[in-house]
Ligand binder design. Sequence first.
Ligand code: ATP
Ligand code: MG
Length: 145
Amino acid sequence: MKTLIIIRPDAVLRGLVGEILTRFEKHSIRVAGLKVMQLDREKAGELYEIHKGKPFYESLLNTMVASPVVVGVLDTDVLDNKSAISLVRKIVGATDPSLAEMGTIRGDFGLRIDQNIIHASDSVDSAVREIPIFFKKEELVKYKC
Ligand code: ATP
Ligand code: MG
């Protein structure tokens, strides 16, 4: 199972990219694709399209385009699809850093709900929809073992 993460502008500026990737690698989750990108409002809007119309939508887009992000595809093929997504989300932690458990990425590094460090696909369907927004098939590697 492949799932999308985005290390958000706040985390990239704070130099947390390596630390965040390490958290996943420690669980034998591999990186299948990785790039540094400057998002525009169109791409950020496509990612967060289910939130269109919500009060925080415009500020969410502003946050996502403020400075470069690191977009990654994580490969969790040793797990079934649902377990893979739930493991990644568990490592990430709750949306609001003040509620996220210590030991999760958001619990350890997040400041506020609008500076919560990382995006991660929340379901198998979301991962399938989100990955092609950022990666062509040939940009993703396959591990043979
Ligand atoms: P993400 O999709 O970024 O992984 P999530 O799935 O935990 O986060 P969502 O409900 O999808 O949470 O919200 C998407 C993003 O919108 C959050 O990461 C957060 O930055 C922002 N957000 C969500 N709810 C609020 C809110 N009530 N006020 C301000 N910002 C919010
Ligand atoms: Mg979400």
